[in-house]
Design a protein around this ligand. Structure first.
Ligand SMILES: O=C[C@H](O)COP(=O)(O)O
Length: 396
């Protein structure tokens, strides 16, 4: 299950984040840099106020990569009672020596290394962190005015980070000026948490105060585990882990067609030997029939994002050579049908460099009947969920 981390500047914002449903309360002073630290007094007060309702993390600040400096600050924060200490690993100085200096502290406190997508990201640091007892690693951005995480790290590279963390035994997180449309794009990789500051704030200004409505909107985009004892045959854990909210679909509203047209990507494809060892241009056209969730779509909670289709294609082709266009089309169709709201999908895969025109295949795949019937689960018990909004939207 992916958790929601909310960065807050102290007690008052922590209460707002808790009310909005954040899973992890992360202390940070956004006015003092990407990983600006709050004072130790604020850490203590916030830990006392949260009082175990949620885990609390705190960052150490934008510190120079000097082992003794980092160790001293991390110990001070750990001693203030947080559950996690987040330490920035900037690409200067000796990262391995800093990780080593923190090994004794890692025996008694959960340490999370923060790596930066916009500063020479080095994933070879992950096994070094694991060796020194770190609990996890996350990717963030250092320059908050310089773009979102996916501007620096294309979507097809996200599963690689998540998998490498898992192999190393580290929990993993993603952050970096994330906005609401990024959430359904990142959830399919199954990160352990997504971190937010700017998107929680008034006008998305990360130095402004956090806003309860923004917190709630993000909360609803990250599915929570359903309570045990739910009698439905739907595997909520599996669906939620993939980022879907099956309760959101309202079959009485019918479907919309979401499409990606003339999406051209270089692909290693072909059964002939002359087609091996290089890429050729392939054009994808995909149309998905998606169950609607409301009569009045307003934000990302109410839509199936076409980014999911484009990211999926990029991720599939990044895996390496595919012999057949048919196989590629099947993989794309299967990926789109992973969202339980998709009833039917048409995928056309067209090689553009083999003739004067295009050659390829078009397939149509539908959701199996028995899967369709499991799309009508009982409404979520919490009042603020999408179902509540559907009803409001439908009556308006
Ligand atoms: O740990 C997460 C960060 O506080 C994310 O901040 P941001 O969303 O403003 O980049």
């Amino acid at each position: 299950m992916t958790k929601m981390l909310a960065s807050v500047n102290g007690v008052d914002e922590a209460e707002i984040a808790l009310t909005g449903g954040a899973d992890i309360i992360d202390l940070k002073d956004p006015k003092a840099g990407a990983l600006g630290a709050v004072t130790i007094e604020i850490v203590r007060q916030t830990v006392a106020t949260v009082a175990g309702r949620r885990p609390v993390s705190a960052v150490c600040g934008d510190l120079p990569m000097v082992p003794e400096t980092i160790r001293a600050k991390a110990e001070e924060i750990a001693d203030a009672g947080v559950d996690y200490v987040k330490i920035g690993f900037f690409p200067s100085g000796d990262a391995a020596a800093c990780a080593e200096a923190l090994a004794p502290l890692a025996k008694r406190t959960k340490l999370i290394a923060v790596l930066f997508a916009d500063l020479k990201l080095d994933l070879d640091l992950l096994p070094v962190l694991a060796k020194n007892g770190f609990h996890g690693a996350m990717i963030d951005t250092a320059d908050k005015a310089g773009g979102r995480l996916l501007d620096h790290m294309p979507p097809e590279r996200i599963p690689g980070f998540v998998n490498r963390c898992r192999e190393a035994g580290l929990i993993n997180g993603l952050a970096g000026s994330l906005e609401t449309p990024d959430i359904p794009r990142l959830l399919p990789s199954g990160p352990d948490f997504l971190g937010f500051r700017g998107a929680l704030c008034d006008q998305s200004q990360r130095t402004a105060s956090i806003d309860i409505e923004a917190v709630r909107q993000i909360r609803e985009l990250i599915p929570e585990e359903r309570p045990a004892g739910n009698a439905s045959s739907v595997d909520y854990r599996l669906l939620a882990a993939r980022g879907y909210s099956p309760g959101a679909a309202d079959p009485t509203l019918g479907t919309d067609k979401i499409f990606v047209r003339d999406f051209v990507v270089p692909v290693q494809i072909g059964a002939y030997s002359f087609e091996h060892g290089h890429t050729q241009k392939v054009c994808f056209n995909v149309t998905a029939d998606v169950l609607r969730v409301t009569n009045a779509p307003e934000d990302m909670r109410h839509v199936f994002s076409y980014d999911i289709i484009m990211d999926g294609i990029r991720t599939i082709v990044a895996r390496g050579h595919v012999q057949l266009s048919e196989a590629l089309a099947e993989q794309v169709a299967a990926l789109v049908l992973e969202d339980p709201r998709v009833m039917r999908v048409v995928v056309r895969v067209e090689k553009l460099e083999l003739g004067p025109g295009g050659v390829g295949v078009e397939i149509e795949r539908k959701r199996a009947k028995e899967q369709t019937s499991s799309l009508h689960p009982p409404a979520p018990s919490h009042g603020g969920g999408l179902h509540g909004r559907d009803k409001k939207g439908a009556s308006s």
